[in-house]
Ligand binder design. Structure first.
Ligand code: NAD
Length: 280
């Protein structure tokens, strides 16, 4: 289901993290606009399957195994995409996520309760760097490579994925929160930097959607909601998780030059009211 139709025929849309839950849905929706889509992910199986699904529905898509943290990998893929589909018009930086190595067990430090608990002090340096890099560098490097195609062209844009924790950090995940705050900031920076080239750069900040990267924090092994889930839903005025389809309207609005030609440097929350609610 797409909420409305837009025409992106002949546009080349590059999506990183296309093997993930959110960008899989983005790719399938964009395929219906007639665009040619490059599906990038480190998980080759996921993007091969997605490519097949899109081709079956008469869309145009091609999978490219790629690591968004390697400029070399991105450069190689960039050349292939230009050959296969053409120069990039739209880049969606979707690769990202948290990792348990950069997640504390405790929400608040309690010096009287430190047994078998991973506190801020136990966070692994490598884990923190991994999460920071994946979310920040994993957006910056693809932008460096693919935005070059957009110079001197019309109707190009970049869409990043921020998060609720960019507005106020969520407990337990300091690296992910800081990196996503960096993404909101970088989105504004890019919008200003590319003003003369008319490359619009915006971001979507999804509220809470159940995906691979967060399901272990939201449901226990029995599939029951965790305490964190209860907190999230209590702080979401709409009192539910989002459905991935509910991101598509905002995505299309930002993609469609006719609808958002004067919109750049913004971060749009799609969150059931989470970012509007103080908790009181
Ligand atoms: P996901 O884990 O389903 O998808 C992320 C994808 O990125 C995976 O397919 C993974 O293989 C890919 N990836 C990881 N490392 C990579 C690398 N080095 N190179 C290339 N690809 C790599 O997660 P998702 O929920 O679909 O997340 C998509 C984006 O949305 C992420 O940036 C995430 O931080 C953000 N986000 C998600 C939520 C949510 O509730 N799920 C909320 C806010 C923001």
């Amino acid at each position: 289901m797409i909420p409305f139709e837009i025409d992106l025929k002949n546009k080349v849309v590059v999506i990183t993290g296309a093997g993930g839950i959110i960008c899989n849905a983005f790719a399938k929706a964009i395929a219906k606009t007639g665009a040619k889509i490059a599906l990038l992910d480190i998980n080759e199986e996921a993007i091969m399957q997605l490519e097949n699904e899109i081709l079956k529905e008469k869309g145009i898509a091609k999978a490219y195994k790629c690591n968004v943290l390697s400029s070399e990998s991105l450069r190689n893929i960039h050349d292939k995409i230009k050959n296969d589909l053409g120069a990039c018009d739209v880049l969606i930086n979707g690769a990202g996520g948290n990792n348990s190595k950069a997640t504390t067990d405790d929400e608040y430090y309690d010096r009287n309760n430190l047994n078998e608990i991973k506190t801020f002090y136990d966070l692994d340096e490598e884990g923190i760097r991994f999460v920071f890099d994946l979310n920040f560098m994993g957006t910056l490097l693809p932008t460096q490579i693919f935005s070059k195609d957009m110079i001197g062209k019309k109707g190009c844009s970049i869409i990043n994925i921020s998060s609720m924790n960019a507005y106020t950090p969520l407990t337990k995940i300091p690296a992910y929160s800081a990196a996503k705050a960096g993404i909101s900031n970088f989105t504004q920076w890019l919008a200003v930097y590319f003003k003369n080239e008319n490359i619009r750069c915006n971001a979507i900040a999804p509220g809470f959607f159940v995906t691979k990267q967060n399901e272990k924090m939201l449901f226990n092994q029995m599939g029951e909601p965790t305490e964190r889930t209860k907190k999230i839903l209590n702080n979401t005025p709409m009192n539910r998780f989002g459905n991935i389809d509910e991101l598509i309207g905002t995505l299309f609005y930002l993609l469609c030059e006719d609808a958002s030609s004067f919109v750049t440097g913004i971060v749009i929350p799609v969150d059931g009211g989470f970012s509007a609610y103080s908790g009181v």
